[in-house]
Design a protein around this ligand. Sequence first.
Ligand code: GLA
Length: 732
Amino acid sequence: MANLIEYDDEKKIFHLHNKNISYLIAVEKGDTLSHLYFGKRIRKYNSNQKYPNLDRGFSGNLPGSLDRGFSRDTLPKEYSSDGEMDYHTPATIVQHEDGDQSLFLVFDHYRIQDGKPKLNGLPSTYVENKEEAQTLTITLRDKYGDLEYDLRYTIYRDRPVITRSVQIKNSGSQVHYLKKVASMQMDFVNKEFDVISLPGAHANERQINRAKVDPGIKVFSSCRGASSHQMNPFIALVDKDTDEDNGQAYGFAMVYSGNHKFEVEKDQIKQTHLVIGINDYNFCWKLKPGRTFQTPEVIMVYSDLGLNKMSRIFHNLTGERIIPARYRKQIKPILLNSWEAMTFNINEDKLKKLVNEAQDLGIEMFVVDDGWFGNRDDDNSSLGDWYVNKKKFPNGLSKFIEYVHKKGMKFGLWFEPEMISLDSTLYSLHPDYLMQVPSRKPSPCRNQYVLDFSRKDVRENIFDQIDNLLSSNKIDYIKWDMNRHISDIYSLKLSADQQGEVCHRYILGLYEFLDKLTRKYPNILFESCSGGGGRFDLGMAYYMPIDWTSDNTDAAARMKIQYGTSLVYPPSLMTAHVSDIPNGGTGRTISLSTRSAVAMSAVFGYELDLTKLKKEEIEEIRSQINFYKQIRKIIQFGVFYRLKSPFDGIQAAWMFVSDDQKKAVVMSFNFFGSAQPVVTKTLLKGLNPEFDYKEVKSGQVYGGDELMNFGLFDPIVKEDYSSKIYYLEKVN
Ligand code: GLA
């Protein structure tokens, strides 16, 4: 197998390359590690072009050097620190025992290995064999101290992807306080970038935002203890005219579920400096002698054909090398969830009626959401008490599960393991499990509090409770929720100078828990949730192959949320349910067919009281379920293309194409009925131009080239939020 990484010993240049991309690093004067290039593949770098030297005022030089042309302040670098006369936002800041914060990182040695080592205690992309990737570890050391930084780069053979992370080692005898440790840095010379981010809010997640990168620093971050609804851990740097199918796009996503920070700085000479890692706000890690600290991983994707291609690279990587392999080709069941139908108001009898309806319609899994445990009748109590409420399930949960299974359906259950209610047995027994600052009163949110998941004893208590339930009940699916953000950050088990570790230790604790639970119960399907899509990130995807995209189930809002989400995450990771109208969140009334077209664009389900529907609606749902069963392989395992953006406010369209291009499903939406409609078309993508396709419902045959170039005239319908689904199959 050809090498993917080379080092030119003489010119001191590293070249990471595959058939799509190249990444170049040079060792420059003073053993400074500089960044030369990331982008489309370069067959062979001549190794003579280096960053030009120039004497610039107020940009200083190497200590002890008389060379005024070489400055660490302007040189594009791989990893910069506080204390080296580089005035950009640094990748790392460390305070030493004497209080000083200087670090001067120099190249020491490197190592190239086949494959990709696992990250200690953290989720990351993986390989299935050593030929699939190569890993370069470059060790920088503090010239005047005893810290070592291992910068790790993995390049995949067949993907335009490089992953990065950093491991810091204290090889001396004094304590160091890591105040900032980014997972990566990258500097671009004079590029006019736009930055695309995914800000949002609860019930309004991942709204696409695009802005020019101007002088100064733009920060995209979360300090909420979770990756958050408010700012997803992703950005893309794109050329000014990059669109869905043209232009360069660099995508960066963190495989992490906690506080993150993406900094994009445009400097004095129009260079773009990018730093990504754990948020340094509320962070300080005490690194004792002999210890190491591992940062989370960042995935870097390069696309030369716009955002659609960038997303496809992320989608493939997520589906093939992030979610657990056992779920990779597993068809996800169509479910009915009790939440929007009944909220906390559940009991065995009422639920059985829903189960009967669901079975009759061909639904494959029944999920009991919140309200089944402790004394939980509303959101004021019982979090932490993971035992079955006998009043609601007088015959026990097992009997009810048996009932569901006998109907031929799977059974799922909701948990919110990281939380505690004051009104709970857990709190009365262990008030100290609740995360709070001693002598201060903690802030409630949804009248609940966060458990100190950085503590082993806390995790063990919750694990044992859940384990007890799972080992005595045949549960096929778990929805793992998290309905508030962290505050009152303090752990009783950590010393005063380690309180800055709490947020990260919480996430490490969560990952350890999920690792243990998913290993012990590999046949359970896990869905991640955090008040909808508040922890929709690749860290959670490493354990859980589906994620509740948003608590907002209004079809119009969902179009934007799912479209924004698709920039990074594949539709197979998103769950989407048809709910009742008028929508509880927006008050909007949208037809059942459009609601289902939006929900069918992901992992499909229902979340409404089927017993209250009209006969025609029940029949429509029956045919939706049959149809989704026909198309779901294309939706869940096919290639996804965005066609029209709902953010333009007029129409939306996207499509799914099977790997062999023989089948495709197109969803197209028109937002407003009009007395004077504009005639529009939808141009398809990703088909084989040589194939002929039959639209299954109408029987009409079209050429693949015709569908992609001439397109399809959009139907003109006198209705708001109308939709049309096309199901295309290759004609022999
Ligand atoms: C969160 C979830 C919902 C539901 C409720 C239950 O908001 O996102 O789907 O499970 O909690 O309390």
